[in-house]
Ligand binder design. Structure first.
Ligand code: FAD
Length: 360
């Protein structure tokens, strides 16, 4: 095997795709099922929430990813027949206290931003229950339906001959004289010249026996999904760190909590109550529709949201692409490309020094 990818979330699948496209023999290992953890649980917004709050390393990955998504989604739809459902829904931010910072950001990472008054806001989103005097409108921001993206990516990888082994936990890295030689898994040893840790919230545990200083903590996020109708809402709404995402088929997602409760993925009644209250405050008509699903996922949390993307200096052949916290879907394409650039020793798309462990 040329390369083993540990973890079949969006990071692992996109990284495997990049490497397979370059001709490598790749195997993706997942301790559970591929594409069922954080990447499945997320909202699929193709932008950080309040993007101006993030440091440049995150901005660079996000911008690259936003530009790449239309082409990526077309390729996946053509090759697999599964539509990741990218749609430009636009993002309405109902908090305007940070408008100057947002405007500055929108000028630097060119993005359209309009300040709407109350009348414009209610004509754009007539079902809104919260009507501040002003709101920020980012008409170009998009979303994907992340579970569909993951299904499409998985099928694409299988078509490309990538091996996918589920229920196969990597227990340790195999290292000989400073070089990676493979991994020890729950189903035996697998040899490989290169190994990429795309293990999301579990990365710190995976690397704990090495001297790598990777600080990634699970941060639980709970979401609700209503079964509504497509005409109810067409924009993503963000207010006081809570958001509403309308899908093409009328389903509406409400998110999300931020909980530091370790590897516990249980859902709670209090979060359910809180998110229902958010839902009906934002869109009162949602009270007429049923909640279809309530779930939780574990974000790979880092202190500042800057992921770890690097080739290890002490262990030849070991790479890390983890710790994307709240933004792994939008950061995924650029992170995967940059990781592949490191593995293949190509000219990197972005300076990798921005994402080295020592910098974070
Ligand atoms: C509620 C919520 C909302 C979100 N909304 C958005 C959003 O709107 N936009 C956005 O961009 N991002 C969003 N995110 C964040 C995004 O989902 C994550 O940053 C991203 O999914 C991380 O991807 P990943 O592949 O690193 O992790 P994961 O998807 O968690 O995948 C890691 C995989 O590694 C496997 N694994 C771990 N350890 C091992 C091991 N030892 N051996 C084998 N396999 C292993 C796991 O089983 C898992 O499948 C959200 C997240 C949540 C939870």
């Amino acid at each position: 095997m040329d390369c083993i990818i540990i973890g079949g979330g969006i990071m692992g699948l996109l990284t495997a795709r990049e490497l397979a496209q370059a001709g490598m023999k790749v195997c993706v290992l997942d301790q559970a099922a591929v594409g069922r953890e954080s990447s499945w649980a997320g909202g699929g917004i193709l932008s950080p929430l309040y993007p101006w709050r993030y440091a440049e390393p995150v901005q660079l990955l996000a911008k690259w990813g936003q530009q790449r998504y239309p082409g990526l989604v077309d390729e996946l739809l053509n090759d697999t027949g599964i539509d990741p459902q990218r749609q430009v829904s636009g993002l309405l931010v109902l908090d305007t206290a940070e408008h100057p910072a947002a405007q500055n950001w929108a000028a630097n990472y060119p993005t359209r931003l309009a300040l709407l008054d109350k009348a414009q806001l209610s004509s754009l989103a007539p079902e809104l229950g919260v009507l501040p005097e002003q709101a920020m409108w980012f008409p170009e921001l998009a979303q994907v339906r992340n579970p569909c993206l993951l299904k499409s990516l998985t099928k694409d990888l299988l078509q490309r001959g990538v091996e996918i082994r589920e229920q196969t936990q990597v227990e340790s890295l195999l290292i000989y004289k400073g070089e990676i030689t493979g991994v020890q898994t729950s189903a035996g040893k697998i040899d490989a010249q290169k190994v990429v840790a795309c293990s999301g919230a579990w990365t710190q545990n995976l690397l704990q026996d090495t001297d790598l200083k990777v600080e990634v903590q699970p941060v639980k996020g709970q979401m609700l999904m209503y079964k509504a109708v497509p005409e109810l809402l067409s924009q993503i709404i963000l207010h006081e760190d809570r958001y509403v995402i309308p899908r093409k088929d009328g389903r509406i997602l409400i998110g999300s909590t931020l909980e530091h409760t370790g590897f516990d993925k249980s859902t709670s009644q209090s979060a359910n109550d809180d998110l229902r209250q958010v839902a009906t405050r934002f869109i009162p008509a949602l009270a007429n529709y049923p909640v279809e699903r309530h779930w939780a996922g574990l974000r790979p949390g880092t202190a500042d949201g800057i992921p770890y993307i690097y080739a290890d200096e002490n262990i030849t052949g070991l790479y890390v692409n983890s710790g994307h916290f709240r933004n792994g879907v939008v950061l995924g394409p650029a992170s995967a490309r940059l990781t592949a650039d490191l593995v293949l020793e190509r000219e990197p798309i972005i300076d990798p020094a921005l994402y080295r462990a020592s910098n974070v």
